[in-house]
Design a protein around this ligand. Structure first.
Ligand code: ADP
Length: 371
């Protein structure tokens, strides 16, 4: 068993403190191997042993010194005092705000062994990641509800107008029905995107393995989207290497290509009337396929770039909505690329356009045989 410091013993440095587990090296090694931070505290509330996880939570901890010098949670220290005067085990939530917000759950338990002064053991569970995920879930529900509520409110408003003041106005009725159709389509797009995202997330660990001819797929999508580009005063220029084949899910890869090319068309128009290109390239390099969509639009400020693949994150929500955007396109792209064990990178400078690049593993010969 661990032997807490006997009264008068001076553990001194961190390494000397670790000797406390010396009379049971197995126990000492086991505590060191635990992922949770463990501190052993003596009767004077001095830290007398700590495992590496504990020292990474409290790097300023010095063994042999009062715990209060490095751990600044009054709640944890009060609970420790109660235990050292005979109290029972306690659980305390502790939030560290600096340098970044971290949440811990501290479990404090008495160590009362014959022949030793009363002592305590504190174990800390890091709840930061669980809190972050929980916060994301709450934000996601709030965002999704907000996105659905706006077109729904507009639909309800028009239904009331059609039942009331515009009842006998055929012209207004026609116009309002057009708007209602747009709003209903927006809701349908949003629900479709939410369902796609959840389906992809459910299968994230399963790598799709059907051979997909990316060259043919990209060429087909470029042809399909050419009229949309033209309407926006853009032309698509594609430079595609032949026979670029990847293991994948054809529909999901089509979604990636469509989303990126559509975004270049929606957001990639340069200021002024200049006719501009959306450049699309597909190449095989070694074991990977590299698909790039480059536009010459206003580009994206660096602060936004790391957040673009977050659900509902948009640089300009008004512009996105006016172009039929749901704010989920790049989140879907990122998840599909992850499922295909690939990588998405975004390169842009304000005023100098944007390049979205997807790198995917190429189909290997043994996969062809296997498939
Ligand atoms: P949506 O287009 O539905 O808003 P996305 O997830 O596809 O959602 O894109 C998120 C945001 O990223 C867009 O709202 C836009 O602000 C920005 N964005 C995407 N592609 C480009 C691009 N090619 N140029 C500039 N901004 C872009």
């Amino acid at each position: 068993m661990i032997a807490p410091a006997k009264k008068g013993e001076q553990p001194g440095s961190m390494l000397e403190g670790a000797k406390l587990c010396q009379n049971d090296p197995l126990l000492g090694a086991m505590i060191d191997a635990l992922p949770e931070a463990i501190f052993v505290i003596d009767a004077e509330a001095h830290a007398v042993a700590a495992n590496p996880a504990a020292l990474s939570v409290l790097p300023s901890l010095r063994l042999g010194e009062p715990l209060a010098r490095s751990l600044r949670s009054p709640d944890v220290l009060d609970a420790l005092d109660r235990i050292l005067v005979g109290g029972g085990a306690e659980k305390v939530l502790w939030v560290e705000r600096q340098p970044v917000e971290c949440w811990f759950e501290a479990h404090l338990a008495p160590l009362r062994l014959a022949g030793y002064e009363p002592a305590a053991v504190i174990s800390l569970r890091d709840l930061t990641e669980a809190r972050r995920v929980e916060r994301m879930r709450v934000d996601f529900i709030a965002n999704a509800s907000h996105e659905l509520r706006t077109p729904l409110a507009s639909l309800l408003g028009f239904v009331e107008t059609l039942q009331g003041p515009a009842r006998d106005d055929p012209k207004a009725r026609e116009r309002f029905l057009g708007i209602m159709r747009e709003q209903a389509q927006r809701m349908a797009r949003l629900v479709d995107d939410l369902l796609s995202l959840s389906r992809i997330e459910q299968h994230l660990h399963l790598r799709p393995d059907t051979p997909v001819d990316l060259t043919m797929l990209v060429a087909h999508i470029c042809d399909t989207l050419a009229p949309m580009a033209e309407e926006s005063g853009l032309s698509i220029e594609s430079n595609l290497a032949p026979n670029v084949i990847v293991p994948g899910d054809r529909d999901e890869l089509a979604r990636v290509v469509e989303n990126l090319v559509e975004n270049a068309i929606k957001y990639g128009r340069p200021a002024g009337d200049a006719a501009a290109l959306v450049e699309i390239s597909l190449r095989g390099y070694g074991a990977v396929a590299v698909f790039t969509v480059r536009d010459h639009g206003p580009g994206i400020a660096p602060a936004h770039i790391p957040r673009l693949t977050e659900r509902f994150y948009r640089v300009d929500a008004g512009k996105s909505r006016s172009k039929g955007g749901t704010g989920l396109g790049l989140a879907i792209v990122k998840h599909i690329v992850l499922r295909h064990r690939g990588k998405l990178t975004i390169d842009s400078k304000p005023g100098a356009g944007a390049a979205f690049r997807v790198v995917l593993p190429l189909l290997q010969s043994d996969q062809i045989d296997g498939g």
